[in-house]
Write a protein that binds this ligand. Sequence first.
Ligand code: GLA
Length: 725
Amino acid sequence: MIRYQEKTNIFQLDTLTTSYVMGIADGSYLGHIYYGKKLQPQDLGYLLRTQEHPQTPSKLPREKMSFLDSFPMEYSFSGTGDFRESCIDIRDIHGQSGLELLYRGHRIYHGKDGLQGLPAVWGEGCQTLEITLEDTCAGIRVRLSYSVFEDSDALIRSVKVENTGTEAVYLERVLSACLEMDDEEYEMLSLPGAWARERHIKRQPLLSGSFVTESVRGESSHQDHPFLAAVSHNCTQTCGDVYAMHFVYSGNFLAKAQRTQFDTLRMVMGIHPDRFCWKLEPGAAFQAPEAVLVYSDAGLGKMSRTLHDLYRNHLIRSSYKEKERPVLINNWEATYFDFDTEKLIAIAKESAALGIEMLVMDDGWFGHRDSDDSSLGDWVVYEKKLPGGLKYLVDEVNRLGMKFGIWFEPEMISPDSRLYEAHPDWAFHLKGRTPSRARDQLVLDLSRPEVVDYVYDSISRVLHSANIEYVKWDMNRALADIGSVALPPDQQGELSHRYMLAVYELQERLITEFPDLLLENCSSGGARFDPGMLYYSPQIWCSDDTDAVERLSIQEGTALVYPLSSMGAHISDCPNHITGRITPFETRSHVALAGSFGYELDITKIPEAERQMISGQVAMYHAYNDLVREGDYYRIASYQENHRFDAWAVASKDKGEVLVTYVQVLAEPNKRSRKIRLQGFDEDALYRLEGTEQVYSGEMLLYGGFLVEPMKGDFVSRLYHFVRM
Ligand code: GLA
């Protein structure tokens, strides 16, 4: 519900349990007043502190700069007196910058417009407020957009900038959201990582200066994640304040929290301004991506569930959105590049017999690719490995009752490829400089429409050539040497964003032409796991690290902000290929159950005892997947925090059943059973623990706790399924 009180010039946006309030000072300056627990509409204008020194410019013109530098700007601008973090910067053709954005008007409407060329939250039961700010001197108009859904606690923001002048301007910075808070000594929570260690939850105080999490790698990255939350000291899974921002974008980003001289906090999020410069011709507009804001008064758990529901109901679009995903087996860790039709069919035969539903052929099926140093760009079947072609292989796999999926890395080009021979200038490169290779590959200049068309036609041709029902879209290097022969010098700063727009366009074309395709994004593991990609693919490969213990932390961090159904999680072979660790096959299955389940091993070579467990695991996935995919997620214990055990639960929306997963990472000698307080239960109901005669009341489990029996061994796990009686 969105209201504007004309008398007080106050906007109030209500979600299910929160309110977001803005006001206009001096008839001109849009200020942030309040974000928090839901309030009755009332005059909160005093919180803008315009009665204090420095008063507004109309009352105290001689101190206008002090006003600009202390007022809680709803969308901050720079160069005219606000020295804090700015959301927008321009440079005109005379080389000058500086803006003063003043309120011009607003409109409130039902629904929410899409964002051209960009991923965006969508759906019914929604209202949008669009506020127009303007700087007539610079010829810049800014439209701030805020949407709220009836069924969600999230607030969706975006920004559009128009050139209303008569000369071109250069947009050097345009962030998507700003949030002003009085600093109550919040801690910063972010999700940094590395390859094979993606999205580990980190929390630290911000005593002074700034906290930054960012990517300038051309992808949302392994190293940082486009998410930032300010949380109160006392914040846990179940209590405390959380102010979260999540960016619906997959390229360079900046998320920054700045503690000011007055101990206020300004949090901003948007496209990273480094190497960004967008030329805006007169009359042209630039659409910045969306940011999702969530306030929770009940800790991190409530924030997670808000984001999960928003993404499941209003971001993911796939026809698999509400469907079980087929249990897949991927040959990457099984064979790497060393496979052929015969080997794949042998894997498929064994898999089909055990109930696995789809074979995914990973990297190495095209060009003359025997290792990672060739053929990217040549999307034609490697006949030496696949004699008889793709259709023969796919038909054979289909005949076994399995679906077939395939791997692509469409954005890349190998210097050793026919494509590179024909079009060396299609790779990003800086004039006069040999571009840096990574994994021996270069990045295609997707700012060129002919390159985009080539890539699309290559994929589409392959998908038409056989019954392919799944695509793993990989991206295995960051962007560097970003230069294009196709753009004029004053537009080279547009390349990183143009690249992202092209990736989005390619994936949009793909899912439009093949609406039933199951698309899984991937980027050297989880370097492009972000809300932007979720708009195109309902699941994303979490990490190349499939070690069950490492996955606990990766999946805990990922599930903090993403629904479990979006996390690609597979059971792989041991010793694990990355860590060398040996974990029980059962534990690996319990950990993978928290995601879109599959296998990543040579099923023809694993020990017989493990092979025999597979059909049971597939049945377990089918038994619990509706719950895991659609339920509410509760984090019970964190191995990252306690270094001994991990536990999480998924409860059906009606609390009729709850599945608890417990992993004992390290055995502790001479201990009694461990009591853990569970979450997700109806406190007035009785539950039976499946497989036993044991009955518990919801309140016992919530407040008294559940006793996990003492277990011998490291890395052992248990599943507990409670059903309401
Ligand atoms: C990336 C992916 C892996 C695999 C390889 C293939 O690293 O994350 O799953 O597909 O590429 O080269």
